[in-house]
Design a protein around this ligand. Structure first.
Ligand SMILES: [Mn+2]
Length: 334
């Protein structure tokens, strides 16, 4: 088992005892300014990477905080994205601490705390977005770098609202098969298919990569709106300079949202709305690396993974992706 292996690796260096770990779990590790702001951190079995050393997953030490938003209300094709965040976290227990590209153990440079998932109760649409904005805002006010795992893409509107309050000159970089610019979908402006229309309404600069499914109204909006920069999948294969061009289209602060279906379905089968001709691993990392090198990446999310029976390829790839981006931010951020 991977966790057992991690325990062996960590054994010599670890300064905490089994007792102190149990203590953390019993108390659900209330920490920080806990009278005002109670952050409940998941223990080893439920945290990102399966980290055992409490000082490496404690909220107060963490640079990165993993937030899960298992909200699924408007799925239009295959359902199941509400299970995505937990599946990615579970798969992360099989990701190596050592990043072979960056030659570092990112979590030792920048500890990673994992919060209990946001509890939406009966909240949907505007109320759900408000809850996400509030929860994200608390973490940003604490100076944390927030990494969010979402279910349907709608949740990104809540994340972006919180980031836009904190950071000016914000660009949203969206990796996705779909432009998500429909004014509303099934009469719901809070549909996953309309999430970038809501971001556009905020006047935020938007860069889109890998787009290959949309309606004609979305295409017309993209042509008309100078704040939307769309790099279609069919175009980037014929433009060796596309990464430089899209980074040039970004303002100083960048929030990244990654819809799992932006990837090619051959490497990312567990999505609700698969489209052919998607992005592959290397070209996606090239884009993300260049973005982290040349812009100030302030946060990111990964959404729309709907786990499938019989394969863990998708959630494992997304877990490794999340850790790699954290590595880029640790290694390159200005
Ligand atoms: Mn999509």
């Amino acid at each position: 088992m991977h966790l057992a292996r991690k325990r062996q690796q960590a054994g010599a260096a670890a300064s905490f005892t089994a007792k102190s770990l149990a203590e953390y779990r019993d108390k659900n590790y209330l920490c920080g300014k806990f009278e005002l702001n109670i952050m409940i951190v998941s223990g080893t079995e439920e945290n990102f990477l399966g980290i055992e050393e409490a000082e490496l997953y404690a909220y107060e030490n963490a640079r990165f905080v993993i937030q899960s938003a298992p909200y699924e209300h408007t799925s239009s094709y295959l359902e199941g994205s509400k299970h995505g965040p937990a599946a990615i976290i579970n798969a992360s227990h099989y990701v190596e601490f050592y990043d072979e590209e960056l030659d570092q153990e990112t979590l030792r440079i920048a500890p990673v705390a994992t919060l209990k998932p946001i509890d939406f109760g009966n909240k949907v649409d505007a109320d759900a977005i408000a809850l996400i904005e509030e929860e994200t805002g608390k973490l940003l006010d604490d100076g944390k770098f927030v990494v969010s795992f979402g279910a349907e893409h709608t949740v990104t509107y809540g994340f972006v609202k919180a980031f836009a309050r904190k950071f000016d000159q914000l660009t949203v970089l969206q990796i996705d098969a779909h432009s998500d610019l429909r004014e509303s979908y099934h009469n719901n402006p809070y549909s996953h298919a309309s999430v970038m229309a809501r971001v556009k309404d905020m006047g935020i600069n938007l860069c889109q990569a890998g787009i290959r499914a949309q309606c004609i109204e979305e295409a017309e909006e993209i042509k008309r709106n100078p704040k939307i920069h769309t790099y279609y999948a069919h175009q980037i294969r014929n433009n060796s300079n596309w990464i430089r061009e899209i980074v040039d289209d970004m303002t100083e602060n960048v929030y990244i949202t990654i819809d799992a279906d932006g990837f090619d379905p051959s490497i990312m089968p567990a999505v609700g709305t698969a489209e052919p001709n998607g992005l592959f691993w290397n070209e996606t990392l090239d884009l993300l690396r260049e973005t982290c090198k040349h812009r100030n990446v302030v946060g990111f999310d990964i959404v729309e993974c709907a786990p499938m029976e019989g394969t863990i390829l998708s959630e494992y790839t997304l877990a490794k992706l999340a850790y790699r981006i954290m590595g880029y931010i640790t290694a390159f951020s200005k």
